[in-house]
Write a protein that binds this ligand. Structure first.
Ligand SMILES: CC1=C(CCC(=O)O)c2cc3nc(cc4[nH]c(cc5[nH]c(cc1n2)c(C)c5CCC(=O)O)c(CCC(=O)O)c4C)C(CCC(=O)O)=C3C
Ligand SMILES: [Fe+2]
Length: 341
């Protein structure tokens, strides 16, 4: 028996053709003070890929994999999918869930960390969508999972695979550059975000490439230059490496769940081109995507939540690797808002 009657996959959304690009970017940046030139630049990244972001197909693949895993694991729940910034918009999905008679859903968000953009903003999305739909189901976000074995293990495997793709004579000395989406230093939760990223990067480095040098760096910053964001940027970081005798780099996009546009352009085009200019061998590790271990984590998080409800506390096993321990089962009121890290 489960106390939930559906799983909601909640994601960012992305354009699916050239005409979607600008309206999508306007949705993402509404009220956020991102310079117009930056929007046009980012629009060009999407146009290089025919105006199609990979993220929606990745959500379809993940949804199908979760459905298959639920079926095999004896969890008899429908899976719905809704986005913050593009069709299927969350409010439309919530309306459909209500029409289907769903009363209480658990939400799995395609973002693994704590910070305003990663967590609170999705909670706000849920509140806003529910407010638009009278009689909307209750929707509970599952816990933050950046240090869950189901997130860490696929990265360890992917980092090893990327190392193996390097020329054999450079493999043993390769430098690991872990990267995550930058956020403004003014963003609530950024210190915690940085600490979580450091913790899990250390873990993946130690397991995939013990003894190798590594660094946590950032990418995809978008604010005006006057505004401080988390640094260093991956491209600036690459520039420093040849001077330190580094000849090969494995880039692990530890901040992301799937190979979406920030990975396909900012890493596979921009960072990879800079590495080539610098004469560095460069391999980018895959993100979890719909890796079976990542997919089974979704079921484990759901069952863990149900178990906690039955026993009336956060008890039971809550797997978490690294030094920081599991995040609270439910985000405390005000987490990742100003004044609360
Ligand atoms: C922390 C974080 C994650 C990771 C957590 C998570 O996954 O949620 C993330 C993911 C993503 N970011 C994405 C795309 C964009 N993010 C932008 C802008 C911004 N991101 C920010 C932060 C993050 N973003 C911030 C602080 C901004 C500034 C505006 C604001 O304060 O909100 C912009 C505007 C243009 C620009 O880049 O300036 C775009 C197009 C896509 C979709 C890619 C695709 O289409 O495949 C994904 C998954
Ligand atoms: Fe973003």
């Amino acid at each position: 028996m489960t106390s939930y009657d559906a799983l909601l996959l909640l994601s960012f959304g992305g354009p699916e053709g050239p005409d979607d690009v600008i309206p999508f970017l306007e949705n993402v940046t509404r009220g956020r003070g991102i310079p117009r030139e930056r929007l046009e630049q980012v629009g060009e990244h999407y146009h290089l890929f025919g105006g199609v972001s990979p993220i929606n197909q990745q959500c379809r693949d993940l949804k199908a994999a979760i459905e298959a895993d639920f079926k095999a694991g004896g969890v008899d729940l429908p899976v719905y999918w809704g986005n913050r910034n593009w069709d299927p918009y969350l409010a439309d999905t919530v309306r459909r869930m209500k029409d289907d008679g769903i009363r209480r859903a658990a939400a799995f968000v395609t973002s693994a960390y704590s910070c305003y953009s990663c967590c609170r903003q999705y909670l706000d999305d849920i509140d806003r969508a529910r407010a638009e739909v009278p009689g909307a189901p209750e929707i509970d976000k599952l816990r933050i999972y950046y240090n869950h074995p189901g997130f860490v293990e696929p990265f360890v495997e992917a980092a090893r695979a990327a190392l193996d793709r390097l020329p054999a004579e450079l493999r043993d000395e390769a430098h690991l550059a872990f990267s995550a989406h930058s956020v403004p230093l003014s963003q609530p939760g950024q210190e915690r975000y940085n600490a979580e990223l450091n913790d899990v990067s250390a873990l993946v480095a130690e397991r995939a490439a013990p003894g190798h040098r590594w660094a946590l760096v950032y990418q995809s910053r978008s604010g005006p230059p006057s505004q401080p964001w988390l640094e260093p940027d991956i491209v600036d970081h690459l520039d420093t490496l040849p001077g330190q005798g580094v000849r090969a780099v494995v880039n692990v996009p530890i901040g992301f769940v799937s190979d979406h546009m920030e990975v396909k352009y900012d890493l596979d085009v921009e960072a990879s081109n800079r590495a080539a200019e610098l004469g560095l061998a460069f391999e980018r590790a895959a993100t979890p995507g719909h890796h079976p271990r990542f997919v089974s984590m979704v079921r484990e998080l759901l069952l863990e939540r149900e178990d906690a409800e039955e026993t009336g506390d956060g008890g039971g096993e809550r797997p978490a690797l690294g030094a920081l321990g599991p995040r609270p089962d439910r985000c405390p009121a005000g987490c990742c808002t100003r004044g609360n890290q």
